[in-house]
Write a protein that binds this ligand. Structure first.
Ligand SMILES: Cc1cc2nc3c(=O)[nH]c(=O)nc-3n(C[C@H](O)[C@H](O)[C@H](O)COP(=O)(O)OP(=O)(O)OC[C@H]3O[C@@H](n4cnc5c(N)ncnc54)[C@H](O)[C@@H]3O)c2cc1C
Length: 487
C-alpha cells in the first residue's frame, strides 16, 4: 500500500486563513447528516455528537485540523474505531477519525520492524506483515482496533514474558499542540515518547508508528477445563507453563477453562466447528441471554451451558493472530483491572466467596459470563497498568448485551471493583472506571511526570477531552455525560 502524504509545496497551516482551512478540510469533513457524524463506541455504551468529524488521510490534513481546532478554541480528539468501552474517545469538540490513515510506510524484514500510519487496524497490519513473513509478537483478544488505539491505552495480550503491546513501539511521529511534528523514541524526546505509549490521546495526534515485529509463526493452542480450586492452587505453575497462557473462569460452574499456546512448526489445524462455536456458542447463547433479560434466574443455567460447550479438551494450530484472537461476541459492558500476580490467588478466592454469597441470595447478582484472567510482564511505561509491577494478572468481566440490549451490570461492577481495588488493582484505561487523580497518583509513581509532560506540550489542553480532564486533571465532570442510556 502506498501512503498518501503531504507535499513540501503545501502551504503551512499556520499561514492559511480560517476560511481556507475550512475549504481545504471540506472534502474530509463528514457531512453532519451522515451516521458517521455521530460517534458511538463498539459496546454501545457511550456516544457523542462532535462539532465536526474529520477523516484525514495524511499528516498535512491532520495539521490543518489541529490548526482549525487551535483557532476555534476547540478540543481535538483523535480516535480509532471506538472499541474503548468508556468515554475515552468521546468529545463534543472536533474529532479526528484516524481510520483512513491506514497505510504501511515501510517494512524492514531484516531489522524486523514495520512503520505504519497510526490508524491502521491490527487486522490490516497482520495481512501486510504476513506478505513479508512477519507477525506481531503478541496480540490481545481482537484485531479490529487501530494501532494507535492499542498503544495509547496500554492494551495487552497474555503471556508471562510478554509486555503490553506499546512496549514493541520503537519510535513514533506525533503532531503536538503547537502544530509541529515530533519524532520520539527512547533516545529522542524520551519523556514524550514514554508518556505517549499509554498517553490516552492526550499528548498529541500520533501520525505514524515504528513497531517491532518477529518472523511469522504459528501457535499451537491446547485448551482444557479444570476445577476452580485446582486452578487457583496451581496458578503460579500454570501461568508459566506456556508462552501465552490465559484463562476463563465460569463462576457458576466453578470451572476454569485454560488455554496454553506455544510457537510451533506444526501445520495449520484449526480447532472447533461452525456448529459449536458460531451457531451454539454465538447465536443460541445470544438468544438465551436475551430471554434471561426477563428471567434472570436463567443466567446461571446459560453460563453453565456455555461452559459445557467448551468443556472438551481441544488442540488447534493456526497463524499466531488467529489463535490470539477470540470471538468477543456482541456488545458488552466491561471492567478490567490489573493486579500484581502475587495477589491473584487471594483475590480470586475473595471474588468467588462474594459471588457464592450473591448466588445464595434470591435477589443476588446472577452473572452469565466468564471472568477472563490474563498475565503479563512488567514495563516502564508511566501510565501502563503493569508499570513497575513484577508480573501482573488482569481480571476482566464482560456482561454481554444480547442484540445490543442492556443488561444489569452496575451492582456487579461495584462489588467486583471493591474487591480488586483491595489487591492493589489498577483499572484498564480504555474501560470505564471511577478513579480520580488523588487515587491514581498513589497507584502510579510517574503520574505527576505524565501530567507535567501533557501540560508542557499542550498548555491549552487542546487534546484533553472530558475523560482526560476528569481522570487525569481531576475536573468534576460527570462519568455519565456521554452515556448512551441515561438511567
Ligand atoms: C471486544 C474488545 C476486545 C478487547 N480486547 C482487549 C484485549 O485483549 N486487551 C486489552 O488490553 N484491551 C482490549 N480491548 C480494549 C481495546 O484494545 C482498546 O480500547 C483500544 O484503545 C481500542 O482501539 P481503537 O482503535 O478502537 O481506539 P479508540 O477506542 O477509538 O480510542 C482509544 C484511545 O486511543 C486514542 N487514539 C486513537 N487514535 C489516535 C491517534 N492517531 N493519535 C492519538 N491518540 C489516538 C484515542 O484518543 C483514545 O484515547 C478490547 C476492547 C473490545 C471492545
Amino acid at each position: 500500500m502506498a501512503a498518501m502524504s503531504s507535499t513540501d509545496s503545501s502551504p503551512s497551516a499556520l499561514k492559511l486563513s480560517t476560511q481556507d482551512l475550512y475549504r481545504l478540510l471540506e472534502p474530509i469533513t463528514v457531512p453532519s447528516h451522515s451516521p458517521r457524524a455521530r460517534f458511538t463506541n463498539w459496546g454501545l455504551s457511550f456516544t457523542c455528537k462532535p462539532l465536526a468529524v474529520f477523516e484525514p488521510e495524511n499528516d498535512y490534513q491532520c495539521e490543518l485540523i489541529l490548526e482549525l481546532a487551535r483557532r476555534e478554541g476547540k478540543v481535538l480528539r483523535a480516535v480509532g474505531v471506538g472499541h474503548s468501552p468508556s468515554d475515552l474517545a468521546c468529545t463534543n469538540g472536533f474529532m479526528l477519525r484516524a481510520t483512513k490513515m491506514n497505510h504501511i510506510l515501510e517494512v524492514n524484514v531484516e531489522k524486523r520492524y514495520v512503520i505504519a500510519q497510526a490508524g491502521i487496524t491490527l487486522n490490516d497490519l497482520h495481512r501486510e506483515l504476513a506478505k513479508n513473513n512477519l507477525a506481531m509478537s503478541n496480540v490481545g483478544s481482537i484485531s479490529e482496533q487501530t494501532l494507535a488505539g492499542v498503544i495509547t491505552t496500554g492494551t495487552h495480550g497474555s503471556g508471562i514474558e510478554y509486555k503490553v503491546l506499546s512496549d514493541s513501539v520503537l519510535a513514533l511521529t506525533l503532531l503536538v499542540a503547537d502544530g509541529s511534528r515530533v519524532t520520539c523514541s527512547r533516545n529522542e524526546n524520551a519523556d514524550l515518547f514514554i508518556a505517549t505509549l499509554c498517553g490516552l490521546g492526550s499528548t498529541g495526534v500520533i501520525l505514524s508508528i515504528q513497531f517491532e515485529v518477529e518472523p511469522a509463526y504459528r501457535l499451537k493452542e491446547e485448551q482444557e477445563s479444570v476445577p476452580f480450586d485446582e486452578f487457583v492452587s496451581n496458578m503460579d505453575t500454570l501461568v508459566h507453563s506456556a508462552e501465552h497462557a490465559r484463562f476463563w473462569w465460569f463462576p457458576t460452574s466453578d470451572t476454569v477453562r485454560c488455554s496454553y499456546s506455544n510457537r510451533t512448526s506444526e501445520p495449520r489445524n484449526p480447532a472447533g466447528s461452525w456448529l459449536w462455536h458460531s451457531f451454539l456458542g454465538h447465536h443460541v447463547v445470544q438468544l438465551l441471554l436475551f430471554v434471561a433479560r426477563f428471567f434472570t434466574f436463567l443466567n446461571p443455567l446459560i453460563a453453565n451451558f456455555a461452559c459445557w460447550l467448551v468443556s472438551e479438551k481441544t488442540v488447534g494450530v493456526d497463524d499466531s493472530h488467529r489463535i490470539f484472537n477470540v470471538d468477543c461476541r456482541y456488545p458488552q459492558h466491561t471492567t478490567e483491572w490489573a493486579i500484581p500476580l502475587k495477589h491473584s490467588q487471594a483475590c480470586l478466592r475473595e471474588l468467588r466467596a462474594w459471588l457464592e454469597q450473591e448466588h445464595a441470595d434470591p435477589h443476588g447478582i446472577r452473572p452469565h459470563f466468564p471472568i477472563e484472567i490474563r498475565v503479563s510482564a512488567s514495563d516502564d511505561i508511566w501510565l501502563s497498568p503493569s508499570n513497575d509491577i513484577t508480573l501482573f494478572s488482569s481480571l476482566k468481566c464482560d456482561p454481554l448485551r444480547p442484540y445490543g440490549f442492556n443488561v444489569p451490570y452496575r451492582r456487579l461492577f461495584e462489588g467486583y471493583e471493591a474487591i480488586v481495588a483491595k489487591y492493589e488493582g489498577r483499572p484498564h484505561w480504555a474501560k470505564a472506571h471511577k478513579l480520580r487523580p488523588d487515587t491514581l497518583r498513589k497507584m502510579y509513581p510517574r503520574f505527576d511526570d505524565f501530567v507535567r509532560i501533557i501540560e508542557s506540550v499542550d498548555p491549552q489542553g487542546i487534546f484533553r477531552n472530558d475523560y482526560v480532564q476528569r481522570h487525569i486533571m481531576g475536573r468534576p465532570i460527570d462519568t455519565r455525560v456521554y452515556k448512551q442510556r441515561r438511567d
